[in-house]
Write a protein that binds this ligand. Structure first.
Ligand SMILES: Cc1ncc(COP(=O)(O)O)c(C=O)c1O
Length: 440
């Protein structure tokens, strides 16, 4: 008890404003592994943790040329505030980008945002009331969940398998939540080359999930940063390509060009689009005119589709390096083998804990993101997200070899104790070629 007889507060007593923060900030806690990632950014550590695009594969000249032309020809406009909806010419060009994924729409319904991250924020601001439920895949994109929680929503994870979100599980979750009197506002989904699971929702399931959402009056928030980064066959068309009214679609130039521009967009039904513009204006007045004009110029002048091909080639090579290193060094484990995007989802033997193992991994100069980061409910200890986007193929091979040492070291330690205790779990889940049937 304090002098005044009040109980001591939880949390950071060094912050004199601790009691003044809005309730919603309780969802803004720094991740437990953040401090470790500071260490993991040292050059001797192979980081398989982050999701940074390999921007060095983008020729500097292309960007510099576009910047120069913009400044020479439209300098005063580029340096000025713009519209809250975004530059009209760019919104037209965004339609061309989305057409590659089967989407047709009107430039009037596109709202340019400060990365798709900001579109997630604006959308959440429009739709979430405290206590609402947001349905999301389990696992789900960590920084979307941070936003949902900051608006005091509860994230309810619907399981996935190697074909993505499981429709029957979605039905069950909706029924259970309705029976409990909960209000489900929307389904957040990354259907193509999922972050972190690396899987892609099949076409049949896309249709089925859209039907379920419609029948239950649930809006779908389709987040698609990776769809154009496929390694083999094209993935199924976007969900928005079949459903206009019930889907808000998010896209970004972060992965197909560069995240430093911070330009993404939302394609939304009319009424929602109107509110998104108002929310965008309230938040940032207008997205960066300079970035938008440079991207618009780049799309006009450069071989942007060829550049996406170059990115595909780079990431395909890195993914293959990762999968072959996993086969070589950790043949007993299971993982997803993505056909695009940035991530592999690794499953450990059930008695290993990826978060507990991370300090040891960093000591052995390899970093990853523990699966627990991608669940709102604390599950995921048996999983690891491995990113292959940034390190070179050679570093990836070194990183996986180090990771195998860490995993085998932990395993040996447990086996040693298993001789005296009763920890003799089956050594490993032996099968590397088939992805796990359930990603929970
Ligand atoms: C699934 C997903 N959504 C959204 C984002 C945010 O991207 P940006 O704000 O750079 O467009 C990311 C970034 O990694 C992501 O993986």
């Amino acid at each position: 008890m304090t002098e005044q007889g009040t109980p001591p507060s939880r949390g950071n007593n060094l912050d004199p404003w601790y009691h003044h923060y809005a309730e919603r900030t309780s969802g803004l806690a720094a991740s437990e592994v953040r401090a470790l990632f500071a260490v993991a950014s040292r050059p001797e550590v192979v980081s398989l943790a982050g999701g940074m695009p390999y921007v060095s594969a983008l020729p500097e000249d292309l960007v510099v040329g576009a910047m120069e032309r913009v400044m020479r020809e439209q300098g005063p406009v580029a340096l000025q505030y713009g519209s809250g909806q975004g530059v009209p010419a760019l919104r037209e060009q965004i339609l061309e980008v989305m057409a590659l994924e089967g989407i047709s729409g009107s430039a009037d319904d596109v709202v340019v945002t400060t990365g798709s991250q900001h579109a997630l924020e604006l959308f959440s601001k429009l739709f979430i009331d405290p206590g609402d439920v947001v349905l999301a895949e389990g696992p789900s994109y960590v920084t979307a969940m941070v936003i949902f929680r900051s608006y005091q929503a509860e994230v309810d994870h619907v399981p996935m398998d190697e074909h993505g979100l499981i429709p029957s599980a979605l039905r069950e979750h909706i029924a259970r939540l309705k029976a409990a009197g909960r209000r489900v506002k929307f389904l957040y989904t990354v259907p193509t080359f999922h972050n972190p699971a690396g899987v892609t929702l099949s076409w049949e399931r896309r249709l089925e999930i859209l039907e379920i959402a419609k029948a239950n009056d649930i809006l779908v928030l389709e987040d698609n940063p990776y769809g154009l980064l496929y390694f083999g066959d094209k993935p199924p068309a976007a969900m928005r390509s079949v459903e206009r009214d019930g889907v808000v679609y998010l896209g970004t130039f972060s992965k197909t060009l560069a995240p430093g521009f911070r330009v993404g967009w939302a394609l939304a039904p009319h009424a929602i689009r109107e509110k998104l513009i108002l929310a965008n204006e309230a938040a940032v007045l207008s997205p960066s005119s300079f970035s938008q004009l440079v991207i618009s110029e780049y799309l006009r002048e450069a071989d942007w589709k060829g550049q996406i091909d170059t990115f595909r080639g780079v990431y395909r090579e890195r993914k293959e390096a990762m999968i072959s290193a996993l086969k070589e060094h950790l043949p007993e484990l299971t993982w997803t083998d993505p056909n695009g995007g940035f991530y592999v989802w690794l499953t450990l033997p059930s008695h290993l804990d990826s978060k507990a193992m991370l300090p040891r991994a960093v000591t052995e100069l390899v970093a990853y993101t523990p699966g627990t980061a991608f669940f709102a409910d604390g599950s995921g200890a048996q999983n690891i997200r491995l990113s292959f986007c940034y390190p070179t193929p050679e570093s990836i091979r070194v990183g996986i070899r180090r990771l195998a040492n860490v995993i085998n070291g932990e395993q040996d330690l447990l086996d040693t104790f298993a001789g005296t205790g009763n920890l003799s779990a089956p050594r490993l889940n032996r099968n590397s070629s088939n992805p796990p049937t359930d990603l929970r």
